[in-house]
Design a protein around this ligand. Structure first.
Ligand SMILES: NC(=O)c1ccc[n+]([C@@H]2O[C@H](COP(=O)([O-])OP(=O)(O)OC[C@H]3O[C@@H](n4cnc5c(N)ncnc54)[C@H](O)[C@@H]3O)[C@@H](O)[C@H]2O)c1
Length: 361
C-alpha cells in the first residue's frame, strides 16, 4: 500500500507526539515529507530532529507530492490553512477546533465534499481503548437504556503549563473550544449525535498570569460554561467546562464523565487520554473496574488520520468522518452561540451513529 505523504504545519508544543507517532508506530502507512512553521527556525529544528524536509507553508501548499496537511497551528490559523490546503486538493487533518466560526466550519466541509477530500479533526483520543471499552459496555446493554450523561472538566487554565498560552484565551479558544472537543467527541461517539444545546457562560477571572514568565494578560473569551445537550435519541447531557480553578492543587470531585442507565452506571475515563479506568455498576452492586478491551491505550495522537487513510484504501468510510468533524464543531459553536444569544440552539448538521472502533482493521 502506498503511504500517505503528509506535511505538518505548526512545530510547537503538541507537534512532537505527532512526529513521534507518524515516524514511529504509524510509519507503515504515513510518511512525513516535511514540516513548516511561521518562524523557520522552529521548522528547521523539527526537520532535523525527525529527518524530514523543512519547507515554507507556501512551498508545502504548492508541493504536489504532499497529499495531506496536518495542521498543528493555533486555532486562529486553522480555517485559512485548512481552506488553502483543501483548495489545493489536499486532505486535511487538523488539531481542534476545526475553525473559529460556525460558518467557516460549514464552508470547509462544503469544499471538502465538492472536491471529494478528507477533512478530519482531532481529537482522536476517543478511538482509544478507554472510551471504546465504555462503548462496548453500552452496546452490550450492560447499563440498559441511557438516561442521562454528566461531563465535567474543571481545572486551572493553560497559563499554568503552556509557555505561550495567549491563543487559548482568544476567539477560537477558551475551555469550550479547547477542551470541549475531547468531551463532545467522546459523548457523540457514545450516545450519538446532538440535536439541541443551551448554555450559560461567564468570565470570573479575565486577568491571568503566565506561570513561567510572570507576564499578565487579559482573556478575550468566557472561561466557565455550563451547558445542556439534548441528543437526537432523547438522552439529556450536561457539560461543564472551566479554567477558573485558582491553584493546580485544587481537584474536582465531580466525575469527568458519568453515564446513568436504566440498569446501571458507568464512570468514563478522561477523554483527553486513550486509556484510563472504566468503572461499571449493575443495579445495587458496588462499582467494579472493567478491564479495557483490546486497543490503543497510550498517547496515539494521529491515529484518526492513520485510520482514515486505511479505511480509504479499503474503500470504507473513516471512523472520524467529515460529517463527524463538522458535527462536533457545530455543537461547540452552538454552545458558544447559545451562551452569547441566551437561547436554545438547534444543531443543523448531524452525523451517523458510530459503531465500535476496530483497532485491528
Ligand atoms: N499544547 C497542548 O497540550 C495541546 C494538546 C492538544 C492539542 N493542542 C492543539 O494543538 C494546536 C497547537 O497547539 P500548541 O500547544 O502546539 O501551540 P504552540 O503555540 O506551541 O505551537 C503552534 C505553532 O504554530 C506556529 N504557527 C502559528 N501560526 C502559524 C501559521 N499561520 N503558519 C505556520 N505556523 C504557524 C507557531 O509559530 C507555533 O510554532 C492548537 O490547536 C491546540 O489546541 C495542543
Amino acid at each position: 500500500m502506498d503511504k500517505l505523504r503528509v506535511g505538518i504545519i505548526g512545530c510547537g508544543m503538541i507537534s512532537d507526539i505527532y512526529f513521534k507517532n507518524f515516524t514511529g508506530p504509524f510509519s507503515n502507512l504515513i510518511e512525513v515529507v516535511s514540516c513548516a512553521n511561521r518562524s523557520k527556525e522552529k521548522a528547521d529544528l523539527k526537520a532535523k530532529q525527525y529527518h524530514v524536509k523543512s519547507q515554507t507553508v507556501e512551498e508545502m501548499m504548492n508541493d504536489s507530492s504532499i497529499a495531506c496537511i496536518v495542521n498543528l497551528t493555533p486555532p486562529e490559523a486553522h480555517y485559512s490553512l485548512n481552506k488553502e490546503a483543501l483548495l489545493k486538493g489536499k486532505w486535511v487533518y487538523t488539531e481542534k477546533p476545526l475553525a473559529v466560526k460556525s460558518e467557516e466550519g460549514k464552508e470547509l466541509y462544503k469544499i471538502a465534499k465538492e472536491k471529494g477530500l478528507y477533512l478530519g479533526s482531532a481529537p482522536d483520543t476517543f478511538l482509544g481503548a478507554g472510551i471504546q471499552t465504555v462503548k462496548s459496555l453500552i452496546q452490550k446493554n450492560e447499563i440498559g437504556k441511557i438516561i442521562g450523561i454528566q461531563a465535567n472538566m474543571l481545572s486551572v487554565g493553560p497559563e499554568f503549563f503552556h509557555p505561550n498560552p495567549l491563543f487559548f484565551y482568544k476567539e477560537g479558544g477558551g475551555p469550550i473550544l479547547d477542551m470541549g472537543p475531547y468531551y463532545l467527541a467522546a459523548l457523540v461517539c457514545l450516545a450519538g449525535p446532538i440535536k439541541e444545546v443551551s448554555s450559560f457562560a461567564s468570565s470570573p477571572f479575565p486577568d491571568r498570569t503566565i506561570l513561567k514568565t510572570g507576564e499578565t494578560f487579559r482573556s478575550e473569551v468566557d472561561t466557565y460554561f455550563a451547558s445542556l445537550l439534548r441528543f437526537a435519541n432523547g438522552v439529556i447531557g450536561q457539560l461543564t467546562v472551566s479554567w477558573d480553578f485558582r491553584f493546580p492543587s485544587w481537584e474536582s470531585k465531580l466525575p469527568l464523565i458519568e453515564i446513568l442507565g436504566s440498569q446501571g452506571q458507568i464512570v468514563v475515563p478522561d477523554p483527553n487520554t486513550f486509556g484510563g479506568k472504566v468503572l461499571l455498576r449493575h443495579g445495587r452492586e458496588e462499582f467494579k473496574e472493567v478491564p479495557l478491551i483490546e486497543g490503543f491505550s497510550i498517547d496515539s495522537r494521529g491515529l484518526g488520520l492513520e485510520e482514515a487513510y486505511r479505511a480509504f484504501q479499503n474503500k470504507k468510510g473513516p471512523y472520524i468522518s467529515n460529517e463527524f468533524t463538522l458535527h462536533v464543531f457545530e455543537v461547540l459553536s452552538g454552545i458558544v452561540q447559545s451562551s452569547k444569544e441566551k437561547k436554545v440552539v438547534e444543531i443543523e448538521d448531524s452525523c451517523p451513529v458510530l459503531d465500535l472502533f476496530d483497532p485491528r482493521f
